[in-house]
Design a protein around this ligand. Structure first.
Ligand code: SF4
Length: 395
């Protein structure tokens, strides 16, 4: 693997005084077999609780704002509508919700406002409505173009809509587009995935997320594998692909900035970057998580329960900065200004132990580290989980 040192890229710094908003829309056309997000398949058309849900997002926002010092003072610089399939809800509802957020919070001058969409919902008119609603970034859950693999994943497949993707990607009124692709499906060859990837690379998209298929507890897929009704992911092929992606993507002009995420220039997903750099965010909706004023919370994974008491979390815990920072920040392959994070979040004694682990990694050639600026080398990729665990327990 090649060195990924990016000496000209400025290092990531810890930031305070900014926050983000995540909204979880829990409905999809159908529930995919491998998916462990909180989501429910409702077929074609809108949910009959959609309007109620949008009212509840507002109620939850006001409740959280009344109780959060951070939310009252921080500038909002990212908003992300995820799910589920938020493109299944009407652009008018998103427009009204975004307007409400702008009235109730202090937005930065150039916020990133993203929405996730599935191919079946996309048309140029629909994307134009999303643009008019205020979105400036669209992330499309493609996964694969292969009908056999989509069927294996239990994903909804509309042949015309998948065929139409080319036209959508070439003419979308929203210019910042990302796609998600998946690899390592048991009956798919490495070449099938690379062909799919090459197809999308030709559109010069500014963001591409490349994930391996995983077995998530509680999903139909993991039950089917356990009962030998489905084959497990092809882990050997996943390792091979994981290893070849960084140099392949760099040759095609992409910056590798997180284990599974690539972007053109510096067009990172700024909202996701906030999760990896221990920044706060408000999470709204059933199944959403949030991180405000040093505490994490999770909302109930049940739409009915959420609608009865929007804003009443089902879990709450004080965050553990050392462990969380180790587990998230060190997934990034960008240069990181380590002292800014240690000074902001970590007690001095623990910081010393983390630094000595980084010294050890540098001595083994896993990273570039000068005592201030840190960046993984691609040699760290295949043992990243072990290296991160060492950092997380360095107390
Ligand atoms: S469309 Fe996305 S969120 Fe919905 S079930 Fe499938 S993977 Fe999960």
């Amino acid at each position: 693997m090649n060195s990924i040192s990016t000496k000209s890229t400025p290092s990531l710094q810890a930031r305070k005084g900014f926050t983000g908003i995540y909204v979880h829309y829990p409905f999809c056309y159908q529930k995919c077999d491998y998916c462990d997000f909180f989501s429910e398949g409702i077929g074609e058309g809108r949910s009959n609780v959609e309007d109620l849900l949008f009212d509840s997002y507002k109620k939850e926002f006001l409740l959280k704002k009344a109780n959060s010092q951070e939310l009252k003072t921080a500038k909002v610089d990212t908003v992300f509508m995820g799910g589920g399939t938020p493109s299944k809800a009407s652009p008018e509802n998103w427009f009204r919700l975004l307007k409400f957020f702008r009235e109730e919070s202090d937005f930065s001058s150039d916020p990133e406002i993203s929405i996730e969409a599935n191919p079946e919902d996309l048309s140029l008119d629909f994307i134009q409505s999303l643009k008019e609603a205020g979105f400036n970034r669209l992330n499309i859950g493609v996964q694969t173009r292969n009908p056999r693999d989509l069927k294996f994943l239990g994903r909804y497949y509309d042949e015309n809509k998948y065929q139409n993707l080319k036209y959508i990607l070439q003419n979308s009124p929203i210019e910042r587009i990302g796609i998600d692709l998946m690899y390592g499906l048991p009956d798919s060859k490495k070449e099938d995935f690379l062909e799919d990837l090459d197809y999308f690379l030709n559109f010069q998209l500014n963001h591409i997320s490349l994930y391996s298929l995983t077995l998530e507890k509680g999903t139909s897929y993991s039950r089917n594998v356990k009962e030998k009704k489905a084959k497990p992911p092809n882990e050997e092929m996943q390792r091979e692909i994981l290893e070849l992606l960084p140099s392949l993507m760099q040759k095609r002009g992409y910056t590798w900035y997180e284990v599974s995420n690539y972007c053109k220039e510096e067009l990172f997903s700024r909202h996701n970057l906030r999760y990896w750099t221990y920044e706060s965010y408000l999470g709204l909706g059933p199944g959403a998580h949030g991180f405000l004023d040093g505490s994490r919370y999770g909302n109930p994974r049940n739409t009915g329960t959420y609608l009865k008491h929007p804003g009443k979390p089902s879990t709450e815990e004080t965050s553990s900065p050392r462990e969380e920072l180790a587990l998230s920040l060190f997934r990034l392959f960008l240069p990181i200004h380590i002292p800014s994070f240690l000074e902001a979040y970590i007690p001095r004694k623990t910081a010393k132990k983390m630094i000595s682990s980084l010294d050890g990694f540098a001595a083994k050639g896993y990273c570039n580290w000068d005592g201030s600026r840190f960046q993984w080398e691609s040699t760290a990729l295949l043992i990243l989980d072990d290296l991160i665990t060492e950092l997380a327990i360095s107390e």
